[in-house]
Design a protein around this ligand. Structure first.
Ligand SMILES: Nc1ncnc2c1ncn2[C@@H]1O[C@H](COP(=O)(O)OP(=O)(O)OP(=O)(O)O)[C@@H](O)[C@H]1O
Ligand SMILES: [Mg+2]
Length: 388
């Protein structure tokens, strides 16, 4: 409440008539201003009370979504909406008191629009008094985002294709040379030296196997993933993986330092996430050829679960830090350079992010974040409220 109204209410009995009139005029002026602002917004705003009845609806709401004709104030909000899908969504989310951000609906037959809904509780004096429904036309925004995604995937496809072309050039060259050798042998000699021909054919065979591997890896990198995320205990997955690597770590004289925090369940496809973590840990091990310490930590921050994997290895030089996720980028004699490309793809598929901190001679830390699913977030909020 505005301070001047509060003060006026406190000494209401003592106020003169004309003072009351002035305050009323001020309040109604302010009210009009607020209403005018809400009415002229290009976003739709609907305010409902605790029983989901409409308290306020602005003009843009009617422009953005189909509402029934006439005055809809006091109606239960889902009865006022003429689109079945949106009504069902409102029934579901408002009854469960869910916070919703950017839930998209496609409306219209010929000229289709993407309309996005967000729901927020209306909190006054620490109590929920109803909900705020925020409606936005995101057609252009989504088109722009899709265009950007396409451009990004095209750019990464170009890098990938260039990488494959480069990788294929060497084995093809070698195959060519060995075929020429065989041709020369056949042409020049009456008696064929089978030993030399066999050797050349062995090389050709090896190179063909290598080419096959490159093509298979390439297909894996460009095909969409068939991941099936399920709600899982991430700490258990990490513990299993570290148990599996125990002997390898011992052999490499790497000490393990594990600190698993209290974290909610997250959506993941175990086999892919394990593969991603394994690739990171394998890189960490090869960066510590003389042993060292591997630290694995899980924790929660804001609305994400994090895992940090830190080594005390060689570190990554600044100038190659932005290249390490590129396909076929490797500094190792026998590396494929696809390890981190795959990690990146898996993390993105899980809507996560990946960050690196690295200092030459000190070590490298890979930090991955995963969003906490909404259901788990609510449980977390309840737990926090319960502990207050
Ligand atoms: N923890 C780390 N410490 C130091 N350098 C690293 C680390 N992780 C990655 N790198 C650098 O990033 C490069 C790319 O890693 P990536 O896992 O993609 O390929 P790779 O390990 O070389 O080959 P592959 O994983 O296919 O065997 C590595 O060659 C290495 O130079
Ligand atoms: Mg690797």
């Amino acid at each position: 409440m505005r301070k001047f109204v509060k003060r006026a209410l406190e000494k209401f009995e003592k106020l003169e008539n004309n003072q009351v009139k002035k305050i009323l005029r001020d309040i109604s002026g302010e009210n009009e201003l607020l209403e005018a602002v809400l009415y002229s917004l290009e976003y739709g705003v609907i305010v409902v009370d605790r029983n989901h009845r409409i308290l306020f609806v602005n003009k843009s709401s009617r422009r953005l979504i189909p509402l029934i004709n006439g005055d809809i104030v006091d109606l239960v909000v889902w009865d006022a909406v003429e689109d079945k899908e949106i009504s069902l969504f409102l029934i579901d989310s408002l009854s469960k008191q869910e916070k919703v951000f950017d839930r998209d609906f496609t409306l219209g037959n010929g000229h289709q629009r993407t309309i996005s809904f967000s729901l927020m509780p209306l909190v006054r004096e620490k109590k929920i008094h109803g909900n705020l429904i925020y409606i936005e036309d995101v057609t252009e925004k989504r088109t722009r985002e899709a265009r950007l995604r396409r451009a990004e995937s095209l750019a990464s496809l170009t890098t990938l294709t260039a990488g494959v072309a480069h990788e294929i050039k060497n084995p093809l060259g070698s195959i060519g040379i060995h075929i020429q050798l065989i041709q020369k042998q056949i042409k020049e000699k009456d008696t064929i030296e089978t030993k030399e021909i066999r050797e050349a054919l062995d090389v050709i065979n090896e190179e063909v196997t290598r080419l096959n591997r490159i093509v298979l890896d390439f297909l894996f990198a460009v095909r969409p993933m068939d991941s099936k995320p399920e709600l899982k205990d991430f700490n258990i997955l990490v513990t299993d993986l570290l148990q599996f690597l125990k002997y390898e770590l011992e052999e490499a004289h790497v000490e393990l330092n594990v600190d698993l925090g209290k974290i909610p369940f997250i959506e993941m496809d175990e086999k892919y996430i394990k593969q991603a973590l394994l690739n990171i840990i394998q890189n960490a091990l090869s960066a510590m050829p003389d042993g060292g310490t591997l630290t694995v930590k899980t924790f929660v921050e804001d609305e994400n679960v994090f895992i940090e994997i830190k080594d005390t290895g060689t570190g990554i030089p600044d100038e190659i830090q932005d290249k390490i996720f590129e396909p076929y980028f490797t500094t190792k004699d026998f590396g494929s350079g696809l390890g981190l490309t795959l990690v990146y793809k898996i993390i993105k598929e899980h809507l996560g992010e990946i960050f690196i901190h690295s200092k030459q001679g000190i070590g490298t830390s890979f930090i991955i974040s995963f969003p906490i699913p909404q259901k788990e977030r609510r449980l977390l909020e309840f737990a926090e409220e319960g502990s207050m």
